[in-house]
Design a protein around this ligand. Structure first.
Ligand code: SF4
Length: 905
């Protein structure tokens, strides 16, 4: 057994991991106790990483050979074809007819060569990334106010803060290991206050001392209103403002009218709550803001970021331990991508495409006469240009735009219209793979070598534990091989711009490009990085990276002063109206990652949230004459989607929530059919967190549900075979379930009974056709019930089931299957439509703890016998069930249940 030190590929916390492997198989993973981002901790996603790299998944989900129009081809043939097509299109239509859409999940070195390929070799700035959907508003906000794209804080600040101002971030779910630090800090300092600003009552909001459930998109009004109060109460830091900033008078004039009454009217908050938040901010010795997509994914994302930073500057809450604005990156290497300029408006080492001297410096570094000045197309613009026929060739790497970009109708049109679409990807199962002409197999987590940078500017090494499967190759190597072929066609005989032998040689070139810049890492060597992760800057002569910035009040602006941004509140791009009266929000689930190409392969990660839902306030569920589980049609100005309704008071009235993960692979249509392509004018980041929608009952009375246990490989094959059948229904979803075994759950609904052949096809896929299958069918009425049984010892068990037409029996038959209960006692009821057996099995209650598979029901039952103060009850609960004692991701939920459950007796 070998252990390899590397980094988790999911969120921006950037946890260090130790990968266990035997031969070419990854066999385990644990948190790296020495990594300063997590000190050994991992969340549910991180600690199941090895399971998503298992042999069946590698065999069935991974791309293993290059494929051109569905046929296996050699690497040489694949890259020659790509070089021919890209150079021909560039020659005929100009380089701006090419688009490169890359990913915050690529390593810094991959990003670097992509950027050089597009801007240096082809001469187009049409290279953008899914980080545009994630962090570009944070980038623009930092640059506008502090002068550089550099979060000034670090994770250690959490324990020094007196007030944590968490805004637009469900950190308990999206950055769980960071949330463990928050729990530790609150335990160590009971006086610490936590304010959570979020339209939803998330687990982060539930655990806060003050929750501000503002109306979607009104953050700037709240922050300006708080500044008004801080000014009014004399709680600004006039000395800091005078010594280290400029532009305060203009901002002061703007917030003069942001009275509590005005702020309350715009934000929907109570005046007292706004006053309380401002007072706590003003009284705090150290205020740390944590924020993420709630600020960034907005048509006023830059203004929201800047308004929050204004508060820090006005109160001098920056440049000291426990204080400052801290943007949490969604992706593992959104920061690294920014460092090497991997976006349409950036150049290497935080240089600006718009500045002639910056372009000249980069051209000099790369040994080129120039780099193009024309602004490149950002993510949404790039796919719009492809849909309009302006961009003719797309190269997509390590991302799934057919799932994750807003306005999927336009994205699909772009992928269909483009003359040549290359997808460089590890997984063959993504929605985008269906649209690619050329598929290039890339290596994935556990197989890659390079670096990533996390939210606190800490650069970590990523190391390969095993070889990539089949012919899959490192992303940087694919780019360099392709680039050298393009060079033969575009600049024959010239020395190559891509002479790299390994990731280290690329990183060395990047390091040199940072000399004298705000992110200078010229003092950091690959060997030093090998010894441990380090924050930037780390200039020549330094002995370690700098964790906190701006301690001396000097900012990277022309005069060294930070700039207040005179920003005003602007409503969301698509306000609600009588026709579209609901505000749709999207966000993350606790145990899933992005488009689920990796986490979506594991049934155990669906225990917490088993199926897609449309979350609505219970009052709205009633008002729409719906009930939990009913199907509703959600319609925006761009498209419609059918979803099962779930009533929850975590969502405010007239608002709705759908998790961002449900793409076309698991849910017919996918959530981004609904979302809006409106962008922030400065950051060009789309408003994924708000769309105006209408909601009504879906008239789809005919239902089908099918479940089966399979082995892991069969489960993957079954899901792949079911996906093309989605289009035959008005609603369809397909998800895995199970922990020790692999199961598949398929659900569909239609206005009329599905054709008998389609029903038979589904039954066959679920193995419901042999001698061990009991069946009842009434084709006239569209009714069908098929059950496959197996005998274990003296008991009979259900292995697969399909109910069509009247599916109400799912409530008692599905639990028999999913809980592997004996069924002989239910014998004569199993095939009797409309019958309910005595003492039916009950549906499993929602899973709370993923590590120990503990359900909410078990927790509630145990708490019924636990007396005492909350901490003692929690300890007794954990001693009994062990829930929350491993990764800790469920701890906020446990605390909520402890608070809700009455004391015994
Ligand atoms: Fe990975 Fe979880 Fe750490 Fe994020 S918090 S880096 S998902 S282990």
């Amino acid at each position: 057994m070998k252990e390899t030190r590397s980094t988790c590929p999911y969120c921006g916390v950037g946890c260090g991991v130790l990968i266990e492997s035997q031969g070419s198989q990854i066999t385990g993973v644990r948190g790296d106790p020495e990594h300063p981002a997590n000190f050994g901790r991992l969340c549910t996603k991180g600690q199941t990483l090895h399971l998503t790299a298992s042999a069946p998944i590698t065999l069935h989900q991974r791309l293993r050979t290059p494929q051109l129009h569905g046929q296996d081809v050699s690497w040489a043939s694949a890259l020659d074809t790509a070089a021919d097509r890209f150079t021909a299109i560039a020659r005929e239509h100009g380089p701006d007819a090419l688009g490169f859409y890359i990913s915050g999940q690529l390593l810094t070195e991959d990003y670097y060569v992509f950027n050089k390929l597009a801007k240096g070799l082809f001469g187009t700035n049409n290279v953008d990334t899914n980080s545009r959907l994630c962090m570009s508003s944070a980038v623009a906000g930092y640059k506008l106010t502090l002068g550089a794209d550099a979060p000034p804080t670090c994770y250690d600040d959490v324990k020094h803060a007196q007030l944590l101002f968490i805004t637009g971030s469900n950190v308990a779910w999206a950055h769980p290991v960071l949330y463990r630090r928050i729990e530790d800090a609150r335990l160590a300092n009971p006086l610490m206050k936590v304010i959570a600003v979020d339209p939803r009552r998330t687990e982060t909001a539930e655990q806060a001392d003050l929750h501000l459930p503002l109306l979607p998109g009104t953050d700037v009004a709240l922050f300006n209103g708080m500044l008004h109060l801080l000014l009014w109460d004399g709680q600004i830091d006039a000395r800091y403002i005078a010594a280290h900033t400029e532009g305060f008078e203009a901002l002061k004039a703007i917030v003069r009218d942001s009275t509590p009454a005005v702020t309350a009217r715009i934000t929907g908050l109570k005046e007292e709550a706004i006053v309380q938040a401002a007072r706590w901010w003003g009284e705090s010795a150290a205020t740390l803001s944590l924020y993420c997509q709630g600020l960034n994914q907005s048509s006023s994302g830059t203004a929201k970021n800047a308004a929050l930073i204004n508060l820090h500057l006005a109160t001098g809450q920056i440049g000291k331990p426990g204080a400052g604005p801290f943007s949490l990156t969604g992706q593992p290497n959104a920061m690294g991508g920014r460092e090497v300029g991997g976006m349409a408006n950036l150049l290497s080492a935080h240089r600006d495409l718009g500045k002639a001297e910056d372009r000249a410096e980069v051209a000099r570094l790369w040994g080129l006469p120039d780099v193009p000045a024309r602004p490149g197309k950002t993510a949404v613009e790039m796919f719009q240009a492809a849909a309009d026929g302006e961009i003719k060739a797309l190269w997509i790497a390590c991302t799934n735009p057919a799932q994750s970009l807003p306005d999927q109708v336009t994205v699909k049109r772009a992928l269909e219209r483009a003359e040549f679409v290359v997808l460089q990807e590890a997984f063959a199962s993504t929605a985008t793979a269906r649209h690619a002409h050329l598929l290039l197999p890339a290596s994935s987590w556990g197989e890659k070598d390079g670096t990533v940078t996390n939210s606190e500017r800490r650069i970590s090494r990523v190391r390969a534990a095993v070889p990539a499967p089949g012919q899959a190759r490192a992303d940087w190597a694919i780019v360099c091989d392709f680039a050298r072929r393009v060079e033969q066609r575009l600049r024959p005989g010239a020395p190559t711009l891509f002479p790299y032998a390994d990731a280290e040689s690329i990183w060395n070139e990047h390091r040199e490009s940072t000399r004298g810049r705000d992110l200078d890492i010229t003092g950091l060597s690959w060997d030093r990085l090998d010894a441990g992760a380090q924050c930037w800057p780390f200039p020549e002569g330094a002995t370690q990276g700098q964790e906190r910035l701006y301690a001396d009040g000097t900012f990277p602006t022309a005069n060294g002063r930070a700039c207040f941004a005179a920003v005003t509140y602007r409503a969301v791009a698509e306000p609600r109206d009588a026709r579209f009266p609901f505000a749709l929000n999207t966000g993350r689930l606790r145990d899933q990652w992005h488009g689920m190409s990796r986490t979506g392969t594991l049934g155990r990660l669906f225990g917490h949230t088993p199926e897609p839902t449309l979350d609505l306030h219970p009052q709205d569920v009633l008002r729409l004459r719906l009930a939990d589980g009913d199907l509703a049609t959600v319609r925006s100005r761009r498209g419609a989607l059918v979803l099962p309704v779930r009533g929850t008071d975590s969502v405010a009235p007239t608002q709705a929530f759908v998790a961002m993960h449900w793409g076309d692979e698991t849910l017919l249509g996918g959530v981004n059919t609904l979302t809006s392509p409106a962008v922030c004018p400065q950051s060009r980041q789309p408003e994924l967190k708000h769309a105006a929608v209408q909601i009504a009952r879906a008239d789809l009375p005919w239902r089908l549900v099918a479940l089966a246990w399979c082995n892991e490989a069969q489960a993957l094959q079954l899901r792949a075979a079911l996906r093309p059948l989605f289009d035959g229904f008005g609603y369809a979803s397909c998800v895995p379930f199970g922990r020790e075994r692999s199961g598949v759950l398929f659900r569909a609904a239609a206005a009329e009974p599905a054709p008998a052949e389609l029903q038979a096809q589904i039954a066959t896929l679920f193995g419901l056709q042999g001698a061990d299958t009991l069946s009842y069918a009434d084709p006239q009425r569209g009714q069908r019930r098929s059950l496959r049984l197996s005998r274990k010892g003296g008991d009979q068990h259900l292995e697969a089931m399909l109910l069509a037409g009247d599916t109400r029996a799912e409530g008692w038959i599905a639990p028999l299957l999913q809980q592997s209960l004996p069924v002989q006692a239910h014998g004569r009821f199993l095939l009797a439509p409309g019958a309910t057996p005595p003492g039916p099995a009950t549906l499993r209650s929602p899973q709370v703890c993923s590590c120990f598979d503990v359900s909410e029901r078990a927790i509630v039952q145990t708490l019924a016998a636990c007396a005492g103060p909350p901490a003692a009850r929690l300890a007794a609960l954990q001693a009994e069930l062990h829930c929350g004692t491993q990764c800790g991701s469920c701890r906020p939920a446990l605390k909520r249940l402890v608070d809700l459950q009455p004391q015994p007796g």
